[in-house]
Ligand binder design. Structure first.
Ligand code: ZN
Length: 145
């Protein structure tokens, strides 16, 4: 069914997996036990109402997300679904082009323009209703000056 030639793929690897948690400090301790190492950074993204922490697990990254206010998307997710996997983030080289391509394919974007996310990234989320219930984040590394 997939009629895209492989070289046309512009969504790269999974950049990280996001997990919604109620208590970031308790979850940092829990996941440090699971992974055998502590998180390597904590960062707040005020515009999204979240505090995040990141773990490096071999070549993979896990992001924990805690809500900082009741209007946060994470607070809403926790109220509706409870703790658990929240989103899959994919690395892209050109986020603006990718947003346009996906809109052209019929996907609904939550963010039609990229915004500054955690971990030095430009990010944009797709609406899970248009991707089989999976919340997808696109992210592009912001070039360091
Ligand atoms: Zn993320």
């Amino acid at each position: 069914m997939c009629n895209l030639a492989p070289k046309q793929g512009i969504v790269n690897k999974i950049e990280h997996i996001g997990i919604a948690v109620k208590d970031l400090q308790a979850s940092n301790e829990l996941f440090a036990k699971l992974f055998g190492q502590p998180h390597y950074k904590t960062e707040s993204v005020a515009s999204e109402g979240v505090t995040t922490s990141f773990f490096q697990v071999g070549p993979n990254k896990i992001e924990l997300l805690e809500a900082t206010n009741e209007d946060s998307p994470i607070a809403k997710f926790l109220a509706k679904k409870g703790e658990g996997i929240h989103h899959l983030a994919f690395a892209v080289d050109n986020i603006e082009a990718e947003i346009k391509r996906l809109q052209g394919e019929g996907f609904t974007m939550i963010h039609e323009k990229p915004k500054k996310g955690a971990d030095n990234k430009l990010v944009a989320f797709l609406h899970p209703k248009s991707s089989n219930g999976v919340l997808v984040e696109l992210c592009q590394e912001i070039p360091r000056p």
